[in-house]
Every structure is written in C-alpha cells, then in structure tokens.
Design a protein around this ligand. Structure first.
Ligand code: FAQ
Length: 319
C-alpha cells in the first residue's frame, strides 16, 4: 500500500515539491514520496501495456496488406510500438518494480491498457484510422508527457514522439488515398472513421471532474495537461484534417467557436467507456488471452536469453 502523504517526512516532501516546481527532473535514486512512485508505476506500466497490446489489431493485417510497400510500413510501425513498450517497461523498472510483477498485474486484470485497443479492426481502412486517430491522440498526450517530472519517463517520451509522428502520417496517408479512391473505398474509410472516432476521444480518459488521479498528477507534474484539455487539442487539430480529405466526423454537433478557436461537440458515451474499462468491450477477452498465450509461448526465449547472459557474465569474470 502506498504511504499516505501525511505520513511522509514534511521536510523531504517540501524539498521534493520545490524541485518539481523548479522543473528539475526526478531521477531513479532521488528521494520521492511513495505515492509518486506508485502513481508512476501505475501510469507508466499501463502506458507500456497499451503499446504492446496495441500491436494486436494491426498485427492481424500484416499478411493482408494491399501492397508490399504497405506491408513494410505496417511491419515497421508495429515493431516501433513493441519497442515503445520495451522502453517504457525499462523506465518503469527504474522505480523498483520488476517486469514479472508488471506483467502479472496485466494478466490478473489489475493493470489497465488503453480502452481503444478493445475494438475490432475488420478492414484495411482501420489501419488508416488507427494510425491517423489513435496515434494522433497518443501523440497529443505524449508530447505533453515529454515534460513529465520523472526523468526516465520524460526521455522515453522524447524518443517515442519522434516515431509516433511517422505513424500518424502513415495512417493519414492510407485514409487520404482511400477517401479519394472508388466509392467503395471512400465508404470503407468513412466507416472506419465512424467506428474509431469515439474510442479515440475516450483515450484521453474521463472528464477532469471525474478523473481520480489528475489533480495530484498535475501537482507533481507527472501529467502536464488535463484529460479534457488534451482531448480538446486533439479534436481541434483533427477536424480540419478530416475535412481536407473529404471525410465527415461522426458528430452532428461539432461547431467551431470563432472566438475561442475550439470545436464544441457531443459528449462521449461514458457508459460505453466504463464498460470497456471494466473488461466488457468487444475484444477485451481476446486481447488479454492472446497476450497471455504469447507470453507463455515466449517462456523458452526468456530462459535462453537469461542463460546466455549468465554464460557471458561468467566468461567475463573468468577471463
Ligand atoms: N483506457 O484518473 P484518470 C498508444 C483509467 S499509447 C483505459 O483520468 P490518469 C500507442 C485510468 O488508468 C496510448 N483506462 O487516470 C499506440 C484510471 O484507472 P486506474 C496509451 C483508462 O492516469 C498507437 C481511471 O481510468 N497512452 O496508443 C483510460 O490520470 C497505435 C481513472 O482515470 C498512455 O497511456 C483509457 N482510455 O489519466 C500503439 C499515456 N482513461 O489506473 C499501437 C499515458 C482512463 O486508477 C497503435 N497515460 N483510464 O486503475 C496517461 O496520460 C493517463 O494515464 C491517462 C489517464 C490520460 C490515460
């Protein structure tokens, strides 16, 4: 259990807050309140799980990509997502947890991953929508996390953002090409946009007023912007992109306020959001079962890698 903040040494706590306020990064060996450590493990491990589980909807399309070029790009993107998961798992381990523990929490349903990956990807246009919208939403969030207060998380984000922007562009390219293709292709692109729009908006989490962690996370600069503010940035940036390629965002209430420069919109179906979070989305079971199976099948690879590393270590010691 995380120590209550009142139980922390007030002098250390004040010095910690002063460091945060002065924009000095917190590094693994620095003193930190237990709640900061636990909160970071929670957010970072869930972020890592999202990257890894997020490989599944796209992985399903590698063998069915419509050209060799499309297949190569998709494979590179999926490989990047796996790499992001690995940076983030390593960064999380600097907080004193282990990879085994992090994965046990995922498999036991204690740790979440982004709700958006619990939706199916039935057509090639879904590859476009995932890149354009899901990566697009992920970037908006991750750009702000580049300035998060925990050093290893912040540095991982800088690298990840560079790759995510390529992902967003490859998705937008697929959508743009399909939107200007045949009537059937245009329809397929519109259908994918219709299905991925709302789950993408849900990626930013509940409204600020309903968000359990935002207030403390903002104080400690784990999060640099709130859920609603990031969601609004994403909407404002994405609506003109849809218009440019002749697709329609599935929300009849979208309206640009010329004074604020922001779009007003219909509220999210929060029942659907919480339902997916609780494990009842269309693909929750499938995604988790697949991860468990792949993890079990990879056991021999982990054992072989550890045995090899031990052998090399012994060689170095006896050399
Ligand atoms: N899905 O109090 P808050 C990607 C949970 S990377 C599932 O607002 P917080 C790359 C939340 O965990 C995408 N759960 O929480 C890619 C908490 O539950 P807990 C992942 C959600 O942490 C692209 C509870 O609800 N990015 O996509 C969601 O302050 C394409 C209360 O919520 C990150 O993880 C949700 N959407 O704010 C890969 C970014 N929203 O933990 C492949 C880092 C909320 O108490 C293909 N994370 N919950 O049990 C964050 O910025 C934050 O953690 C938020 C949530 C904004 C996700």
């Amino acid at each position: 259990m995380a120590k209550e903040l009142e139980e922390e040494d007030p002098i250390k706590l004040a010095a910690f807050q002063a460091k945060i306020d002065a924009e000095i990064k917190i590094e693994p060996k620095d003193w930190m309140p237990e709640k900061y450590r636990i909160g970071l493990i929670r957010q970072m491990s869930q972020h890592a799980h999202s990257e890894v589980i997020g490989m599944q909807p796209e992985g399903n399309w590698v063998s069915r990509a419509p050209s060799l070029r499309a297949k190569k790009i998709l494979m590179a993107k999926i490989q990047d997502e796996g790499g992001h998961g690995l940076y983030l798992y390593c960064a999380t381990e600097t907080l004193g947890t282990s990879r085994d523990e992090i994965l046990e929490n995922l498999h036991a349903g204690k740790a979440k991953y982004a709700s958006v990956f619990n939706y199916p990807a039935p057509t090639w246009a879904d590859m476009g929508a995932i890149g354009w919208l899901v990566d697009g939403a992920a970037i908006v969030n991750q750009v702000s996390l580049q300035k998060t207060s925990y050093g290893p998380y912040s540095r991982a984000m800088v690298r990840i953002c560079k790759e995510e922007s390529f992902h967003q562009r490859q998705g937008y390219e697929i959508m743009a090409n399909m939107a200007k293709g045949s009537a059937a292709q245009h329809k397929m692109a519109q259908d994918a946009l219709d299905r991925w729009w709302w789950p993408s908006l849900m990626m930013f989490g509940p409204h600020d007023s309903e968000s359990a962690h935002t207030s403390q996370s903002m104080k400690w600069k784990i999060k640099r912007e709130t859920n609603d503010s990031l969601r609004q940035q994403f909407i404002d940036k994405t609506v003109p992109q849809a218009e440019l390629i002749g697709l329609k965002i599935p929300d009849d209430n979208l309206k640009l306020d010329s004074e604020t420069g922001h779009y007003s919109h219909t509220d999210i179906d929060w029942d659907e959001f919480w339902n997916v979070i609780k494990g009842y989305g269309p693909c929750n079971k499938k995604r988790l079962d697949h991860h468990k199976k792949a993890h079990a099948e990879g056991q021999w690879v982990r054992e072989a890698a550890i045995a090899y590393a031990k052998k090399q270590e012994l060689k170095l010691k006896t050399a």
